[in-house]
Ligand binder design. Structure first.
Ligand SMILES: *[C@@H]1O[C@H](CO)[C@@H](O)[C@H](O)[C@H]1NC(C)=O
Ligand SMILES: *[C@@H]1O[C@H](CO)[C@@H](O)[C@H](O)[C@H]1NC(C)=O
Length: 731
């Protein structure tokens, strides 16, 4: 019995650790259309034999091969100066460090081991065929309770230890930190008794490691984490069964329980019924077949290629793509081909999600500290799980794996971490038709096909889908989708008519005894723009109402575009305003179009949210990179992480806000634009037991970058170019 319990604990608490071994799991459920076999029209040579294989002969009735990468990375070698460290390189770092005096006879953990990217000037000069630039690893290690930043030269074996000079904060947690923290409370007899008193069998316990944020002196000088637990009795969706009010403070270095707080003994554990979200757990008669099968055919295969593992070439785009433990996805050296000259032109040197900030809006004991920074605390990329072919990404997607180190430096492979695919949604690239009044019979339309790079991070309960979508007209859309499971709060209420003042609930009653707590999500992107070269300027193009003077015009008012070039960082601390709107251009002042406009790209915000917390609120000090929606800083290779290099428990001294307040010159310089995409989330019943995806995005759009419409000369679709498949007669 004891052994069985331990096995269940292992399964639960080590779920994160198991991800290390995870390649990917495909639940072999029958899709709703399994019986309606597709066959291609016999006169459609475009249709692949894959479909034909699914004929009615039962011995051939098997799933088409799922396109997982299944690559063995053991012999990978780097080809490009920005390629991530390979397995061999990570092993080399590990062996160099193990013989270094700092690590000999000490307990240590490697919190990150990443490529230390070569100087930008060298990367910009490098061309395929050139000798690879020297390979270095940047390592963050905790040794005997101290955080160290090291550079390891892979060819010479030389190790340089650097002082960070940071007054506060700890490195991103390791997966091992998170797993051991969730186990820690069980060594405490009081904890066990509390759980049993709440009516929960210890074998049904699931616990989560929750970053503590930072709230003052009592939490300083040690690395802390809070552990909260759930009952998984009767459901895999334990998140919906919180053991409300119970918080265990654990020292992450010693694994000691520091404090147990239980303020929820009167609150029932919400029921398990209707919380399971798995397809296999739904009653068959309830399964909804709303749609006929749908899929996009690419009989000649996709139009993109991936060279040397990381260089993506599609249509008029080329960029370097790599997984990253902290950022998730990094896009580098994005270039677009000029439709007139055929030349590849620089657009962006590097783009990635730099930090997330997720404050919950409940100031009470078991909730106030929930103000996550998912990249700097948990590792946005470490939490990116293998994508599910045909559901996360369509057929013909290419899957890229991540290679990351464990805390002792041993590399492991996170397979299918990123996918790349072409999307055709039936959208229109451009169009015009003439009305009969002109007598001209014109109807010109071009279909829109885009290329998507996707990652989905499951940071415990929440799922973040990050898409970088490239269009042939030069636009890049960066989209974040939120799904997954809410972090909910237990309550004694089971109907809102029992609640004296609903506003004091801190959220919405979603189900009996379950409150979805109000919270925000912010994702801050680092966009190192490179518009035809490094030296760029940021221009705020303000749309201003102009009153006409008396007698000047029958009109009283009109709108004017007023251009203001930002001289220093403070000129570019932007809060978005609906009634005082602007466009935000990044231009190259020394490169002009034929008619003299500076070439540029603009940042185009769409639906977003701003943090409304008090600027002096400790979480907002740490999340101060959300004080503005746009910032522009001069390029500085140490300023990559908007919440600071060591975000965990930081006091907020090393954020984008601090850097920007230095008010450095940014005109006609190598500049980095930062954009924060925000969401306010007031949960609703549809978010229970799992949330339908909510998305928002922003664009990087050419503005006087091309001489004219860059996709004028793309052809329209005609019937004969497209594959036709029709369902085979059923029965
Ligand atoms: C608490 O319960 C767990 C699981 O049954 C057990 O392994 C552990 O030893 C218990 N701790 C104490 C202090 O009794
Ligand atoms: C570069 O960034 C680091 C970290 O913010 C800072 O200490 C340094 O002064 C910056 N350098 C310049 C030239 O701004």
């Amino acid at each position: 019995m004891e052994a069985r319990n331990i096995l269940r604990f292992l399964f639960l608490f080590l779920c994160v650790a198991l991800m290390l071994l995870f390649t990917w799991v495909h639940l072999p459920y029958a899709p709703p259309y399994a019986n309606e076999l597709l066959d291609c029209a016999t006169n459609s040579p475009w249709c692949t034999s894959k479909n034909r294989l699914q004929s009615k002969q039962s011995n051939l009735l098997k799933e088409p091969p799922i396109p997982t990468s299944h690559r063995n990375h053991a012999s990978d070698t780097p080809h490009h100066p920005l390629d991530p460290l390979t397995i061999q390189e990570l092993n080399k770092v590990r062996s160099i460090l193990s013989s270094h005096p700092l690590f000999k006879s000490s307990t240590y953990a490697l919190h990150s081991v990443d490529l230390e990217e070569p100087e930008k000037a060298l990367v910009l000069k490098w061309e395929k065929g050139d000798q690879l630039l020297p390979r270095r690893a940047s390592v963050v290690a905790r040794v005997n309770g101290n955080s160290n930043v090291l550079t390891v030269d892979l060819s010479t074996g030389q190790v340089t230890v650097r002082e960070t000079g940071l007054p506060s904060g700890y490195p991103m947690m390791t997966i091992e930190d998170m797993t051991t923290a969730t186990w820690a409370p069980l060594v405490n007899g009081d904890f066990n008794r509390t759980i049993i008193q709440r009516g929960i069998n210890l074998a049904d316990l699931a616990c989560l490691p929750i970053s503590t944020g930072w709230y003052g002196k009592s939490e300083e000088n040690r690395r802390l984490i809070k552990v909260q637990c759930y009952s998984m009795e009767g459901t895999v969706n334990f998140y919906m069964r919180p053991i409300e009010g119970l918080t265990v403070l654990v020292d992450l270095d010693t694994k000691q329980v520091v404090e147990i707080s239980d303020k929820g003994s009167n609150i029932p554990i919400p029921k398990a019924a209707n919380t399971d979200y798995r397809y296999s757990a739904q009653e068959l008669h309830q399964v909804m077949n709303l749609l006929n099968p749908i899929s996009i055919e690419q009989p000649k295969g996709p139009s993109f290629t991936i060279e040397d593992e990381h260089l993506v070439k599609w249509a008029n785009w080329e960029f370097h793509l790599k997984p990253d433990a902290r950022a998730g996805v990094i896009i580098s050296r994005a270039k677009v081909r000029d439709s007139d000259t055929g030349e590849l032109r620089d657009v962006m040197y590097k783009g990635f999600s730099s930090e997330l900030f997720v404050p919950y809006m409940d100031p009470t004991d078991a909730w106030y500290f929930k103000t996550y920074m998912d990249a700097g605390e948990y590792g946005f990329g470490l939490q990116a799980m293998p994508l599910d072919p045909l559901n996360d990404c369509p057929r013909n997607a290419y899957y890229m794996d991540g290679v990351f180190p464990t805390a002792d430096g041993t590399p492991y492979v996170r397979s299918n971490m990123i996918c790349v695919f072409e999307r055709y949604t039936g959208d229109i690239g451009w169009r015009h038709s003439e009305s009969p009044i002109t007598g001209m019979q014109i109807r010109e339309v071009r279909p829109k096909v885009t290329l998507v790079v996707r990652m989905a991070a499951s940071v415990a309960n929440y799922d973040y889908i990050v898409d970088w979508e490239f269009q042939t007209d030069g636009l890049i859309r960066i989209k974040v989708g939120l799904s997954g499971i809410l972090m909910v709060k237990g309550t004694e209420y089971d109907n809102i008519n029992q609640i004296p003042n609903q506003e004091n609930l801190y959220g919405t009653l979603l189900s009996e005894n379950v409150i979805g707590v109000i919270h925000d999500h912010y994702v801050t992107f680092h966009l190192d723009m490179e518009i035809d070269g490094s030296d760029n300027s940021f221009v705020q193009v303000n749309i201003k109402k102009e009153q006409t003077s008396a007698g000047e015009s029958p009109r009283k008012s009109y709108l004017k575009a007023v251009r203001n070039v930002a001289k220093t960082e403070k000129d570019a601390q932007i809060k978005l305003k609906l009634y005082d709107p602007s466009e935000f251009h990044v231009i190259n002042p020394s490169k002009k179009t034929r008619v003299g406009n500076p070439v540029g790209y603009k940042v185009v915000p769409s639906g977003t949210a701003a943090s409304l917390l008090d600027l002096q609120d400790p979480p907002q000090k740490r999340g101060a990179f959300t004080n503005n929606q746009i910032w522009v800083t001069p390029y500085n290779r140490s300023e990559q992480w908007a919440g600071g290099l060591f975000a965990y428990q930081s006091h907020g001294e090393d954020t984008l806000a601090t850097w920007s307040d230095r008010d450095r010159a940014i005109e006609n310089k190598d500049i980095v634009v930062w954009y924060t995409l925000g969401f306010h989330h007031i949960p609703c019943q549809e978010d229970f037991p799992i949330m339908p995806t909510v998305s928002s995005s922003f664009d990087l759009k050419p503005v006087n970058f091309f001489e004219s419409n860059p996709i004028l000369r793309i052809p329209p679709n005609v019937e004969n170019d497209l594959p036709v498949c029709k369902p085979a007669a059923s029965g």
